[in-house]
Each structure stands twice: as structure tokens, then as C-alpha cells.
Write a protein that binds this ligand. Structure first.
Ligand code: ADP
Ligand code: ZN
Ligand code: ZN
Length: 743
């Protein structure tokens, strides 16, 4: 019985490398108690390096003679990494046609990549010994702090955790000194989940639900033990979060765990505080601010089941769960769920796969669902749960279109809009001005000859900044000083063209000198906490002006804002990207959702040069849902997602010719293959990427489209194999983007 199974002859190991294959090694050293199995980390020689890999296959044979296989250096784990995590990584690598080694690597915390052990974390506690309980020995009269420490321990017969002791300004040396004298002793105790019985679980009572919320929650309760995908489609402020909280309560009640994904912008201290206020059980948050140790801790807490609630941004989808009970994706339409480089996964789509695998409910929540999720809800694949009422008294404000044509603009704003701002401030309320461009102006131009400042490395204009004064490229981050004169004609008449956040801020500050103006964009919030500080001040409710980019559009609760101004709504209207209008409508609706959240109704003024545009008019008159239905019809007619599946081959290199040549040959080879196999897949291109030159590299793309996902994957797999085998492809950076979100 105690004999471990015989070691396999070959270990197929996923090694961090861009190659889409496993590498074979021979096992070495003592096998783990449970025998060799997938999920064990090992250190192996790889080229000239030593790397951490993960065993994925245990086999008796290899394509190479066994004598040619190298043995592993060492085994790092006694037990395999969590099986649900391993399943998800394998699924991800297969679905996104990505190298297994790189997938696993990206999906694990940095410390695990480096070979650190994944062990249950313990907690250190210090307790007084029987000797210490008696009179303080004479030896302590010369060490007053030790004497104080001893008397503190005396008051806590069950001991104190080290952190609590250190928090009282005692030191580890003092603890060790007491231990050496036999007066105190150290204990390691496992961290436990704490008390999760019903009475102790909730720190704050749940809100009584309104009718729609109650119906949604009841529907969710019906399917707690099965894959049960739902679209929670509710206007901003309709209480979706309250529904999540009460679902989580039921999940935790059953001793299960809930995983909550939120957009990058959504994981604010406010959101976290809301979850932590409600529950007494640990809420583990995974965000970019964690140290490597904290991240590993959080991972372990989730994997061991110690943390009943895990909340995080995109990469948190790769958090293992010992007892999965539900997966929730808030703002499921948000672009930050899609990773745009390397492993180009979509966390929402992985959440669907994962919930299906675990057989647990899935909630996708949004006021402005993606057309993908909306279509699945309309077709009955997802249960469509609607929340149409706001918890506060006011319906969400409608958009009012304001025609920009032929009107003078100052800082991007026309006179009637400035008057509306003035009226709102006079009434004692706050105004949010949304402008999707940071910097002072989108570019600097010569009034004499028409020259415009452009980036040397990208097909893009340079943005003019005033604080500090410089020209910056927002695509490659190159910076330049301001020229004194036009480099083309020598004229000194250089003027900013258009408006960014800095210019609008400046205009408003001049026009309303008595009112504070807060600018919120990536530049003004570089310092940590800057955003939270500004928002805290805004929430106090004094009249003020907020000028900001999409950082302001989502998540934040701004109860005193009653007027929202959108400086320019036209960005997404005539884009070559078929998703641009969907994304732009979602953003407008989200921005509009900031208005009138509390006691007063709100207004949303949307400036546009295309006030007659039918889509914009539909959005303004009937809201996102109506526009989304029209867009779905258009997508169906044009055979675009969600009615068709796409994959995009992206190619880039410094040399234009190398990119063109490889793109052309790859597309030709693929077309020949598709013809020969009679595969019903389209191959379009190669065509230059929308911004052909970026960071001095040429970008090209080839689009694949199919009615059936399996066909698309077959074609993609073939294309990837062809590229891996082509010697010229090594000089070009290429990647296959499955379900691309931007073109
Ligand atoms: P959403 O997530 O849909 O934007 P929230 O859950 O943040 O909406 O709710 C908006 C506001 O309404 C919050 O202040 C919340 O506390 C409040 N709220 C939600 N549900 C209820 C309810 N049933 N009764 C009273 N207030 C509620
Ligand atoms: Zn000039
Ligand atoms: Zn650039």
C-alpha cells in the first residue's frame, strides 16, 4: 500500500517558452508520495538555462530515444498544483492556441514561477510558559521592555499573534530573549477560515430587495448546483451589486467559494469596502498593488478554501478554488477583461468555460451588455434577468444631443453648454465633463503652412501637454520638447489644435474662478491614492467641476453630480472597427449613468458634429438596449460576431518587407490548405493594421472567419503550426488572436 506507483519513463513538461509543445525529460530523484502526476513543478535544464516547468503528461514513450532525454534537476512539489487551475490552463492554451508552458507561467503567481513552495501559510503565536506565569525573574529588572512584554503576555493566557505583539512596538529580539529564558514560547498554527456559521457570517444585514432584484435572486437560487449562466442586465444603480452580495451569501452559506471579477477601473477601495463591510468572512482581493508574497498568500487562501470570497481583475480568473460555488463577472462588457498582448485571453469567456466545468452558476452583470452576451441572453442560452428600476428615485438620464456645427468652442465647449454648467453650479450641484483625450490638445499645428506634430515612430499625431510642456506620443510614449518654430516653414505661429483634458480644465478654471476644478486622467492620478483623495473631496458635495477621461466613467459613485457633459461623442461613429460603435455607446451610457444618482435628477449633454446620425439618435432617444438590438441585426446581416467567429493573425517587425512577405505567404498557404480540405473558413488579407507603423514596427494582419467555431480552430491550429515551421517567421513577431476585440 505505501509503495508509490512506479515512476513513468517519460515526463512531458510544459516549459516557459513560446513553443506550442511539451518537452520530454526523465524523472529523477524520489517520486512524491502520491506518485508522479500532472501538476507537479520541476526544475529542468532548458538550453543554457534552468527553468521551472510543470509536468503535464506521464508517459512510457517519447518521440526521442529514452537515452537522449535529460533527467530533471529536481522536483519542487510534493503534491500537484490545484487540479481546477490545471484544467483551466490547459483549456486556455488549447482555446487560444497558445504555448502551454507560457500559459501556465502567466497563470501562476510570480513566486511559484520562481520555484517557491506552495504551502499552507501558518501563523505564529507567542504564549507564556508556566515559568513565565510566576514572578518576573530578577534578570528582567535590567530589561524593562522584556518585563513589559512578559506582563502583556500574562494578560493573554491563549497567547498573542506575533503581528499584534510587534504592533505594540515590541521587537522579535525581545520575544527571543524571553524564549531563551524559558518564559515564553512560540507556536505555529494553521490559518483557518474562521467561523462561517450563519449568525457570524454577515457583518451587516442584507438590504430588503425590490421586486426585480428579488426575482433575479430567486432565479439564481434555483440553480446553485449546476451550470446556470445568467445575464444580469440592469441599468446603472439598479442594485446589481446587492444581488451579487446576496448570491454570495447563499454560496458561502453552503460552504462554497465565490469568485468575482471586476474591471480594472472597478476594483476601487470603495467596492472592496462594500464587500468587506457586508461579510465577516475573509474577502481576498487580487489587484496590481499586491506584493509577490501577498499574491501567493491570496492564491493559497483561495486554493485551500480558506478564503470564501475572492475578488479581482482580469487575471484573477486563474485563481484556483477548492470549493467553487459561483462565478460573477461585473461589467462583463468591459474591455479590460481581454488581455491585449501575449496570451490574449478574455477573462469573461474563460469564466463561462470555468463555470461550466465546475457546474456552478455564472452571473454576467452589466448595464450595457456586450453584443455577444446579449445575443446569448436573447436566444435563451443565458437566462436574461432584467433590472429596470433604479434603487434611487430617478430614472437614468436620457442623452440630449447638442449640435456642434458652426458654433464657437472654448476648451471644446460651446456657449449653451457653458450656460448649463453655470446654472448647475449656481444650483449648488456638481458637473462632470467627460473628454476622451488627455493632454492639452490632440496636436500642435502651424497656422501658416498646416504642419502638424507627428511621431517619428508611429503613424500618429503627437499630443500637446502643458503640465509639463512637451509633445508626447500616446502610442509609444516617446516625448519631445516643444518646437519654437514650425520645422517646415519656420513660422512662429504654432497653435494647439482641438482640446484635451488639460485645456478644458484651463478653460473652465478661467470661466468659473470661484469653483474648484478637478482633473482626473492618467496624468493627474499617477500618484497612488490621488484619485481616491480627489473623489473623497468630491463626495463631500460642495459644488465643483470634474474634468476627466474614462477613468471617471465607470464604477464611481458620484451622488452630487447632476449634469454630465460629453465633449465629443463622435469617436466611435465612423470607425473601421466594427465594434467601435458598440464600445462607444457603452461608454456614453456609463458616463450618463453618473448623473443624478442621488436626490436630484440628472441631465446629460452630448456634443456632436453628427447630431443627425441615426445610431446616435437612437441611443439618445431610446437608450443602449434599443441601439444594441439594431446593431445585432446589422451584425447578423453582415455576418459578423456574435453571428460569426473570428481570429486575427497579427504580424509585426521593424522591416516592412519581412512582414509583408510572411503575411502573404502565410495567407496563401492557409487558403491552399482550406481549399484542399474543403474547410468552410474565410481568409482575408493580409492588410495593414489600422495603425500600420507603431513604435517603428510595421503591423499587418490576416483575418480568419467561420460560422462554426470548431472550423475556425482547426484552421487556426494549422496556421500556427505552419508559422512555427517557417524559418522566416522567426524574424517576425506574430500571434493569433482568437475572438479579437479590437481590429
Ligand atoms: P449597480 O451595481 O446596479 O450599479 P448598486 O448595487 O451599486 O447598483 O446599487 C446602487 C445604490 O442603490 C447603492 O447605493 C445601493 O446601496 C442601493 N441599493 C441597491 N439595492 C437596494 C435596495 N434593495 N434597497 C435600497 N437600496 C438599494
Ligand atoms: Zn509651418
Ligand atoms: Zn509613437
Amino acid at each position: 500500500m505505501s509503495d508509490s506507483p512506479p515512476a513513468p519513463a517519460v515526463l512531458g513538461i510544459a516549459v516557459p517558452s513560446p513553443l506550442r509543445r511539451l518537452f520530454d525529460y526523465r524523472p529523477a530523484g524520489a517520486p512524491p508520495a502520491g506518485g508522479w502526476q500532472p501538476g507537479l513543478r520541476v526544475r529542468v535544464p532548458f538550453g543554457r538555462r534552468r527553468v521551472v516547468g510543470v509536468v503535464l503528461e506521464c508517459r512510457e514513450a517519447s518521440d526521442l530515444p529514452l537515452s537522449r532525454l535529460k533527467p530533471i534537476d529536481e522536483r519542487l512539489d510534493e503534491t500537484p498544483l490545484p487540479p481546477d487551475w490545471l484544467w483551466l490552463c490547459r483549456f486556455t492554451a488549447r482555446y487560444y492556441q497558445h504555448a502551454p508552458g507560457d500559459t501556465l507561467h502567466q497563470a501562476m503567481p510570480v513566486l511559484l514561477r520562481q520555484g517557491r513552495a506552495l504551502e499552507p501559510r501558518t501563523r505564529e503565536r507567542w504564549r507564556i510558559t508556566p515559568a513565565g506565569r510566576d514572578e518576573a525573574p530578577a534578570s528582567l529588572t535590567r530589561a524593562p521592555r522584556q518585563a513589559e512584554l512578559l506582563s502583556m503576555l500574562r494578560q493573554h493566557p491563549h497567547g498573542l499573534v506575533t503581528q499584534a505583539i510587534l504592533a505594540q512596538s515590541f521587537t522579535r529580539d525581545q520575544l527571543r530573549a524571553l524564549a531563551a529564558k524559558g518564559l515564553a514560547e512560540r507556536h505555529e498554527e494553521p490559518r483557518t477560515a474562521g467561523d462561517t456559521t450563519s449568525a457570524a457570517r454577515l457583518a451587516e444585514p442584507a438590504l430588503p430587495l425590490n421586486r426585480e432584484q428579488a426575482a433575479a435572486l430567486a432565479a439564481l437560487h434555483e440553480g446553485l448546483d449546476a451550470f446556470h449562466p445568467c445575464l444580469l442586465h440592469g441599468v446603472t444603480g439598479s442594485g446589481k451589486t446587492e444581488v451579487y452580495l446576496q448570491l454570495i451569501e447563499a454560496v458561502v452559506d453552503r460552504g462554497r467559494q465565490a469568485l468575482v471579477l471586476v474591471p480594472e477601473i472597478g476594483l476601487t477601495p470603495q467596492t472592496l469596502a462594500r464587500f468587506r463591510r457586508r461579510f465577516r468572512v475573509p474577502v481576498v482581493a487580487l489587484h496590481s498593488g499586491l506584493t509577490d508574497h501577498e499574491r501567493l498568500d491570496a492564491w493559497e487562501a483561495a486554493a485551500s478554501g480558506r478564503a470564501p470570497i475572492v475578488i479581482g481583475t482580469r487575471s484573477a480568473i486563474f485563481t484556483p478554488l477548492a470549493r467553487p460555488g459561483a462565478i460573477i463577472v461585473d461589467e462583463e462588457h468591459d474591455g479590460s477583461f481581454k488581455q491585449q498582448e501575449g496570451l490574449r485571453y478574455h477573462a469573461r469567456d474563460l469564466a463561462v468555460a470555468r463555470a461550466h466545468h465546475h457546474g456552478v452558476p455564472l452571473v454576467l452583470g452589466s448595464a450595457t451588455p456586450s453584443l455577444e452576451s446579449l445575443q446569448r441572453a436573447l436566444s435563451g442560452d443565458y437566462r436574461h434577468l432584467r433590472l429596470t428600476q433604479r434603487a434611487s428615485r430617478h430614472a437614468p438620464a436620457r442623452l440630449e444631443l447638442v449640435d456642434l456645427r458652426g458654433r464657437p468652442r472654448r476648451g471644446g465647449l460651446i456657449p449653451p453648454v457653458i450656460e448649463a454648467i453655470e446654472a448647475t453650479l449656481t444650483a449648488g450641484h456638481q458637473v462632470l465633463v467627460f473628454i476622451n483625450r488627455r493632454g492639452f490638445a490632440p496636436t500642435l499645428s502651424c497656422h501658416a503652412c498646416g504642419w502638424m506634430a507627428e511621431c517619428d515612430h508611429c503613424d500618429a499625431r503627437l499630443t500637446l501637454h502643458r503640465q509639463p510642456p512637451l509633445l508626447a506620443c500616446h502610442h509609444c510614449d516617446r516625448r519631445r520638447g516643444l518646437p519654437d518654430a514650425c520645422p517646415e516653414c519656420g513660422s512662429g505661429d504654432l497653435r494647439p489644435l482641438g482640446s484635451g483634458t488639460e485645456r478644458t480644465e484651463e478653460t473652465l478654471a478661467e470661466r468659473f474662478p470661484e469653483t474648484p476644478v478637478h482633473r482626473i486622467d492618467r496624468d493627474s492620478t499617477r500618484r497612488r491614492d490621488a484619485l481616491e483623495q480627489t473623489l473623497a473631496e468630491v463626495r463631500r458635495g460642495e459644488p465643483c467641476l470634474l474634468v476627466g477621461t474614462q477613468m471617471l466613467a465607470k464604477g464611481h459613485h458620484l451622488p452630487h453630480v447632476t449634469l454630465v457633459v460629453v465633449v465629443n461623442a463622435d469617436a466611435g461613429l465612423y470607425s473601421s472597427d466594427f465594434r467601435a460603435l458598440e464600445h462607444s455607446a457603452q461608454l456614453l451610457e456609463q458616463v450618463a449613468g453618473r448623473a443624478g444618482r442621488a436626490a436630484h435628477p440628472g441631465r446629460v449633454l452630448v456634443q456632436t458634429l453628427h447630431a443627425d446620425d441615426p445610431n446616435l439618435r437612437l441611443l439618445a432617444a431610446r437608450g443602449y438596449d434599443a441601439l444594441a438590438e439594431r446593431l445585432l441585426e446589422e451584425r447578423r446581416a453582415a455576418a459578423l460576431p456574435p453571428f460569426r467567429f473570428l481570429a486575427l493573425l497579427r504580424l509585426e517587425a521593424p522591416a516592412e518587407e519581412a512582414v509583408n512577405d510572411l503575411g502573404r505567404r502565410a495567407a496563401e498557404a492557409l487558403r491552399a490548405h482550406l481549399d484542399a480540405r474543403g474547410l468552410d473558413v474565410d481568409c482575408l488579407g493580409p492588410v495593414p493594421a489600422p495603425m500600420e507603423r507603431r513604435q517603428n514596427r510595421y503591423h499587418l494582419q490576416v483575418m480568419l472567419g467561420a460560422d462554426r467555431r470548431s472550423r475556425l480552430h482547426e484552421a487556426g491550429a494549422w496556421l500556427v503550426a505552419w508559422l512555427e515551421a517557417d524559418p522566416a517567421a522567426r524574424r517576425v513577431r506574430w500571434s493569433l488572436d482568437i475572438d479579437p476585440q479590437t481590429l
